[in-house]
Design a protein around this ligand. Structure first.
Ligand code: SPV
Ligand code: MN
Length: 623
């Protein structure tokens, strides 16, 4: 049987017509292959019309994957209690025998992996409808565009993606018989109480060679939304062959003097202030999670791959997150996941101001404040990874250029981590390569009470992209270095540290609001309007500039004592960090560029020289 015959056997006239209008043999072959395997009862082809999107929304309610809440357009979805986050252990790359894939990546022999996942996929959609959706990663019809197809039997996954990604049916029609689209194949598997049941058969297998990801027996967005973290692995692999970058970054427009806007992209490990930086009051956001960056006419141009938010809801409150708060209460369309819902359809989460309700329902079932788990521990009202899904278009602070097919020019990139004792609050690198090596490739973050295990343990997370690397770490760092070298005008590179404590490790030296000043200073630096002081590991602000910025933006009298405390260079801590990073990269294989070691060693020598000359703590006034 030909591909269209296989599809037609399960697909009514109306839906077949939508596929015929695209007229792409590669697409039809791809769909037919999985129709054969999945054996769905029917197929729905989404052509992005309002009617088709509404079909997906309605189906999510009908299937029980989402439940309506009190606010019209708001729904709640629950994932299995065992399916609340990305499954790193069972996310693997399919690699043919004998092929090198880079140290430290989680791989499985391709043949073995495919046999395993084929068995899982066999007949998995019996009695169900296969949904076929089209999207583009990045704006359509642009140098950035990657078209993508999602196959899924989850109306929750399909519905989420209608909010998070740009609709792509028209782009597929325009492209015709095109082959280089990304392919995402998902089934939530058998359900029990509307959540995936066979968690032991959860698999996320990635074939970078075929641009295909298989995701089975899971519903949690990070495992299932093909265009999010699954596409990110495919994107890193493709970008590495084509000299551009796929990064785990936000983009924010910082508004400088005389209505000038300078764009910054930033990478932070989770719980380090990524979203709050992207959402800074008075500034405009382009994206909060994933970017593509290309060299266009010698400039670093960036787009948000997505058009929505899949954000952590814990601790969202009206003072710190006024824009998100507004969406969560008045947004036209929001999916809440793994929160607490009361009988009257209202939503609660850990850290929401106000009293907790007496009872409600969450991912663990019926809940009350005295609920304990099997180990006798209190069950919080919501999961700490509970999330909300919404479109960016609902945000009042959305940047007008968020959908520009030419991208926005990056004036700077910044890297941050949770660091109690080493890096000053803001530091500019000596140049692109120095920044990539000593800042991006050297990001460390300390564990918090929110994660299991010991707190305060530093974990290395290069460019905050560790979980998504699909190429050797050394290659990835080198590609970042080479990218900037080929630009006529590379963005400035900065490190920020919102978590610096006093030397005794007792008190944070900055408030949550201070990041505004660091960003405003960077904006001036990018535009050549502020001087800087050489602080051994990079450049720091002058007191006089910060004093003005603190007054102007936070109405605060910033004292010289505060400046000295915050910007004192901690020599030994910096030397120790370099030693840790060198140790890590020594173990990462031959792909690590030699210049990474050279640059770090030179920085260490410079620090040692300063130690001899000026001691272990150097005030910025003595530099
Ligand atoms: C992250 O963990 O970095 C996220 C959420 O953005 S997830 O979709 O799970 O990756
Ligand atoms: Mn992320």
């Amino acid at each position: 049987m030909g591909s269209m015959d296989i599809i037609e056997a399960k697909c009514d006239e109306k839906n077949i017509k939508k596929l015929e209008a695209i007229n792409n043999k590669h697409l039809n072959d791809f769909i037919a292959k999985f129709v054969n395997l999945f054996e769905p009862d029917s197929i729905f082809i989404c052509n992005d019309s309002e009617e088709d999107i509404q079909h997906v929304r309605n189906k999510a309610i009908k299937d029980g994957e989402e439940t309506k809440l009190a606010v019209s357009g708001h729904t709640v979805h629950f994932d299995s209690i065992y399916d609340q986050a990305r499954d790193k252990a069972r996310t693997k790359f399919l690699v043919p025998k004998g092929k090198e894939f880079g140290k430290g990546l989680n791989i499985i022999d391709k043949e073995e992996g495919l046999t395993e996942v084929n068995e899982i996929m066999s007949g998995i959609m019996k009695g169900r409808q296969l949904i076929v959706m089209f999207f583009t990663l990045g704006p359509a019809d642009s140098p950035f565009t990657i078209p993508a197809v999602q196959l899924t039997d989850s109306s929750y996954v399909a519905h989420s993606e209608t909010m998070l990604y740009r609709r792509g049916y028209q782009e597929f029609k325009r492209l015709g018989n095109y082959d280089k689209f990304f392919r995402f194949v998902h089934s939530e598997g058998e359900l029990e109480n509307a959540v995936s049941k066979n968690i032991d058969k959860r698999r996320i297998y990635i074939d970078t060679k075929e641009d295909t990801v298989y995701s089975m027996n899971t519903q949690y967005g990070g495992n299932t939304l093909g265009l999010k973290k699954l596409a990110m692995r495919l994107g890193i692999s493709r970008a590495s062959q084509e000299d551009w970058l796929t990064e785990h970054m936000f983009i924010v427009g910082i508004h400088g003097p005389e209505s000038r806007v300078t764009y910054f992209a930033g990478a932070f490990p989770s719980m380090c202030g990524k979203t709050s930086t992207a959402m800074l009051k008075g500034e405009t956001i382009i994206g909060d999670d994933i970017v593509y960056i290309r060299n266009i006419d010698g400039r670093a141009k960036a787009v948000n791959v997505e058009v929505g938010l899949f954000g952590i809801i814990q601790d969202i409150n009206p003072d710190d997150d006024p824009m998100i708060w507004k969406i969560l209460h008045e947004g036209k369309e929001v999916i809440f996941s793994n929160v607490l819902v009361t009988d009257d359809g209202k939503v609660n989460w850990i850290g929401k101001p106000g009293d907790l309700p007496e009872k409600g329902k969450n991912h663990t079932g019926q809940w009350s404040p005295d609920k304990k788990d099997a180990d006798g521990n209190e069950v919080p009202p919501s999961h700490k990874n509970a999330r909300f899904t919404s479109s960016l278009k609902e945000l009042e602070n959305l940047d007008p250029n968020y959908d520009d097919p030419a991208g926005v020019e990056l004036g700077g990139v910044l890297y941050g981590g949770r660091d109690s004792n080493t890096c000053v609050p803001v530091l500019e690198s000596y140049g692109w390569e120095h920044g990539i090596i000593t800042m991006g490739a050297s990001i460390e973050s300390e564990t918090t009470a929110a994660t299991l295990g010991k707190t305060g343990v530093r974990t290395h997370n290069p460019m905050s992209n560790l979980d998504f690397l699909s190429i050797p770490m050394g290659t990835y760092v080198d590609i970042n270095i080479q990218f900037g070298k080929k630009l006529e005008k590379a963005p400035k590179v900065f490190a920020v540290n919102y978590f610096l404590k006093d030397r005794e490790g007792r008190e944070f030296l900055n408030t949550k609001l201070d990041k505004m000043v660091w960003l405003k200073w960077m904006e001036l630096r990018v535009n050549g309007e502020a001087d800087a002081i050489d602080a051994v590991t990079g450049l720091i602000p002058e007191y006089k500039d910060l004093k003005i910025l603190f007054k102007e933006h936070l109405d605060k009298d910033y004292s010289e004592e505060e400046y000295i405390q915050q910007f004192t260079v901690r020599i030994n801590e910096n030397i120790e960090k370099i030693d840790r990073i060198i140790e890590i990269y020594k173990d990462k294989g031959p792909e690590v560029p030699e210049n990474l070691f050279d640059t770090l060693k030179k920085q260490k020598e410079k620090l040692e020289k300063m130690l001899n000359e000026k001691g272990s703590y150097i005030s910025p006034l003595d530099l």
